[in-house]
Design a protein. Structure first.
Length: 435
């Protein structure tokens, strides 16, 4: 298995282009199965998860081709197989999103219970209950969900918790249901809005995306030969912002939407980081300068559903807090098992104590290089951020987790001066002597 080897202590300086949204892409790709024809998606991140989703779609009979580094073409004309490979669905939670399109177009489906990062209980109950409200007969046995319907119909749905995945999944299936569907307590994330914009662009009738109530008026078919550009990834942008801040550097982030990053940017400013918009065109992508001329101050974090602070950003920000002045209280109300990575940060000298869903972070003067392991995607991002500021060398195992959500992370950081290399574990000594 490959590893990241990092020699910290270098302020990052330069420009980083942020890729397309992982979470939006993983919801839009299965939605392409509703289109009886070709769909061309732009700004799709070249990451492990999008390739896994492409493999799932190919198994159904759809033709999926990466025609460029960030461009994917999907032709679902011959989508006819109502089954997703168990080994792929177990690998990535978002693979489960094909269930709704299968029921909408084929009237039947057989999909395994999903896997993915181990960050706590994330049952698919909301997904299943939502699809049942649309008239689907769903059963789960032996880890496999099977479903049948004589035609989806509009229904009333209320989520006990605003799940982004369940909202986009049910919204996608309802786009071709007979009648009107209302989703109450819907997730309001930018990725939900992006999926709705894509579906509306191919002929769906969805309103209210980005608010707690989404209304979908079902249509009989969707347009073909459509091109759509996915929004930038706010988590990648936030991770690079933390990397700039922890190294006391100056980095310009390109291809970002400031409104989507507001909870993160406001928190960084509270910590003393300078955030300067450089260009803007309405709500279109802009450039932002992130600068930290001195050591940051600690600030409390409360991770909540959007528009609160995103749970996927608490890990990189905790890495920044470990070397900030003062004490911070970090609470995650979204997932109950998102602090497993803290043990690895403590191996690097961090002072963190965890109790349930809350962590107390006391800033230390410096971190020290160590051999650490990424336990999930965002934990891996946190370890990379920490390693960039640590004294000495850090070896990060579990790089495959990082690959699920960050495209060419080492290369992007190298271009702004980071001494980071991805390589075979037998080669660290040669690399570290070289840098």
């Amino acid at each position: 298995m490959e590893q990241f080897f990092v020699r910290g202590g270098v302020p990052l300086r330069g420009e980083i282009r942020v890729g397309g949204s992982k979470n939006a892409s993983l919801a839009i790709l299965p939605a392409c199965l509703l289109v009886r024809g070709k769909t061309r998606l732009l700004n799709v991140p070249d990451i492990q998860d999008t390739h896994t989703m492409a493999a799932v779609l190919r198994h159904t009979g759809a033709h999926v081709q990466f025609v460029g580094p960030e461009t994917v073409e999907v032709d679902a004309t011959h989508f006819q197989r109502a089954e997703a490979p168990e080994e792929l669905v177990r690998r990535m939670r978002a693979s489960f999103y094909v269930l709704g399109p299968m029921l909408a177009r084929l009237g039947t489906a057989r999909v395994a219970q999903p896997g993915g990062c181990d960050i706590g209980a994330r049952p698919v109950d909301f997904h299943i209950r939502g699809l049942q409200a649309l008239g689907a007969d769903l059963r789960s046995e032996g880890g496999i969900v099977t479903g049948h319907t004589r035609g989806l119909r509009g229904g009333e749905i209320y989520f006990d918790f605003p799940s982004a995945g369940a909202t986009t999944h049910v919204m996608t299936a309802a786009a071709m249901a007979d009648g009107i569907t209302t989703i109450g307590n819907a997730a309001m994330e930018p990725e939900v809005v992006d999926v709705a914009n894509f579906l509306n662009g191919v002929g769906a009738r969805i309103r209210g995306a980005g608010t707690p109530t989404v209304v979908i008026e079902g249509v009989s078919e969707l347009a073909t030969d459509t091109e759509y550009s996915v929004i930038p990834d706010r988590m990648e942008a936030g991770t690079h912002a933390c990397a700039a801040a922890i190294t006391q550097g100056t980095v310009v982030l390109q291809n970002v939407i400031a409104n989507h990053l507001q909870p993160v940017l406001v928190k960084l400013q509270e910590m003393g980081v300078q955030v300067t918009p450089l260009s803007a065109d309405g709500d279109h992508p802009i450039s932002i300068r992130i600068a930290a001329p001195e050591r940051t101050q600690c600030a409390d974090i409360l991770a909540m559903p959007h528009p609160g602070f995103p749970t996927d950003m608490q890990q990189p920000l905790v890495a920044l807090l470990t070397v900030s002045r003062g004490v911070a209280l970090v609470t995650d109300r979204v997932f109950e098992n998102r602090f497993r990575y803290v043990t690895e940060l403590c191996h690097m000298g961090a002072d963190i104590q965890v109790s349930g869903r809350t962590a107390v972070v006391r800033g230390v003067d410096h971190l020290s290089g160590a051999t650490v392991t990424a336990t999930d995607l965002r934990a891996g991002a946190a370890l990379v951020v920490a390693a960039l500021a640590a004294q000495g060398e850090t070896a990060i195992l579990g790089v495959e987790h990082v690959d699920r959500g960050y495209s060419k992370l080492a290369e992007k950081l190298q271009r702004v001066g980071a001494r980071i290399q991805r390589m075979d574990p037998e080669s660290p000594a040669r690399y570290l002597r070289a840098v």
